[in-house]
Design a protein around this ligand. Structure first.
Ligand code: SF4
Length: 254
């Protein structure tokens, strides 16, 4: 659990046992070139990369992203049809009986905290933002359960505002690939942000996260069938035999 601004909430688990390749504070041009070349390969491998949460509009995306902490997008997508069917907007969810919300989202785990967050953030939207999702990071992170990563998911995918979303996959993969060495999401975000134009940040986040979910797993990454195998300093952390590695590729929805 990540504690931010005195408010504990359930952003993704950022603990990471993957050793990072050390990089200097100011990224040299050679690292930028290499990172961009790797991104081209990854984007070619995952051209359909996108946010895997189902949502309609900024409010649903905000709530779904808060719910996605410590679980999979697939599980979130299983509960949100009922959740949004019963409480479709901020005024409705702000007035929802918390115990009923808990019952709906119970399969996601941490349901007491998550229910309090989504009802609380809905109340915050009603009280301070006229029921609408704000469009700045500074405003978004004042809402219960909303940290920088969640705010950037909403800004990037609902409003087209550039932002990186360093979840557990993003952190693991960027460290392995030598793009970042930081130990906090904020540091990783800053280091990767230096390597790419802001216009790339949203799609880059999707592509890197897809790579983490499909090939560059926490345990046994599929190095032998990795599109950046020839450029990755961590090549060999997983099986390099293509046949063995191919058996490790997953096609998850979350
Ligand atoms: S070569 Fe291996 S460690 Fe490097 S990005 Fe690919 S799967 Fe991950």
């Amino acid at each position: 659990m990540w504690v931010e601004g005195g408010v504990s909430h359930l952003e993704a688990d950022y603990s990471c046992s993957v050793s990072a390749v050390q990089i200097p504070d100011a990224a040299p041009a050679s690292l930028r070139r290499k990172a961009r070349a790797m991104y081209v390969e990854l984007a070619g491998c995952y051209p359909e990369a996108h946010c895997e949460l189902d949502f309609t509009g900024p409010f649903q995306l905000l709530v779904a992203t808060v719910l996605s902490a410590q679980t999979t997008d697939r599980r979130v997508n299983r509960v949100t049809p009922e959740l949004f069917g019963r409480w479709p907007d901020a005024p409705a969810l702000a007035g929802a009986p918390i115990i009923e919300v808990e019952q709906v989202i119970r399969p996601l785990g941490f349901y007491h905290t998550k229910a309090a967050s989504i009802v609380g953030l809905s109340a915050g939207l009603v009280e301070r933002f006229n029921g609408e999702v704000p469009t700045t990071l500074n405003d978004l992170v004042t809402l219960p359960g909303v940290g920088r990563k969640t705010a950037n998911v909403v800004l990037g995918n609902a409003f087209g505002v550039p932002g990186l979303t360093p979840d557990t996959h993003f952190i693991r993969v960027t460290r392995r690939m030598g793009w970042a060495s930081g130990s906090t999401p904020e540091r990783i975000e800053a280091q990767v942000g230096e390597l790419f134009d802001p216009s790339d940040w949203v799609m880059l986040s999707h592509v890197v996260i897809w790579h983490g979910r499909r090939r560059c797993h926490a345990r046994r990454p599929a190095c032998g069938v990795c599109p950046v195998a020839g450029m990755c300093p961590s090549f060999g952390e997983g099986p390099t035999d293509p046949e063995v590695a191919a058996g490790l590729v997953r096609e998850p929805r979350g």
